[in-house]
Design a binder for this molecule. Sequence first.
Ligand code: 16G
Length: 206
Amino acid sequence: MVPPVFTSSPTEYRPDENSEEECAPITPTTKGSSFLFDSSILADEIVGHVPNGLRVRPLHIDDYDKGFLHVLSQLTSVGEIDRSSWEWRFRSMQRTIPSTYFVCVVEELDSTRVVGAATLVLEWKFIHSAGSRGRVEDVVVDESMRGKKLGVLLNDVLVRLAKQMGVYKVSLECNDKLIPFYEQFGYKKDAGNNFLVQRFDGHSKM
Ligand code: 16G
């Protein structure tokens, strides 16, 4: 049985008035950890079957040296991220309360390389009884590992994780040609709703 982590219950989070939580501490489950989130959240029921030689785990602070950013660069622009920027971003994501960032990676055990990644972001709301919405982001598999269904593995993990977290919906953005791929995990075009964007990075997409 996977322990419930955060449900949509508004009673779930009750910081002690005298605690130091106002300055965004590391959450109890990640205190002293180098994982982005508590690895017990990725229990067998969430992860499912993983091919031999691989494992699915939370992002780790050492993944800076294990190819995580190289994998992300196969999705979009990553830019220059030095080690201190990496650590700052990692720790700030790790400290969110309630936990917000669930970056999951596929690691190749022999090489300890990161060969796939996908992120569930929880957006905490007032609507839906102070509930949360899930957003699936930055799903990418290293080019050397394509065709092994690691994208399916990661998406299955994130949908199960989103349900476990108690989100009222989970959504993602993708280009037209990937719609059939994502439909297999239960996503549908949201009839009548559209994704609108303004870009400030000078990139345009057809
Ligand atoms: C895709 C990704 C999105 C990512 C974006 C980056 C999935 C399901 N979607 O839409 O998460 O942020 O690409 O592209 O992985 P951008 O750099 O043009 O925003």
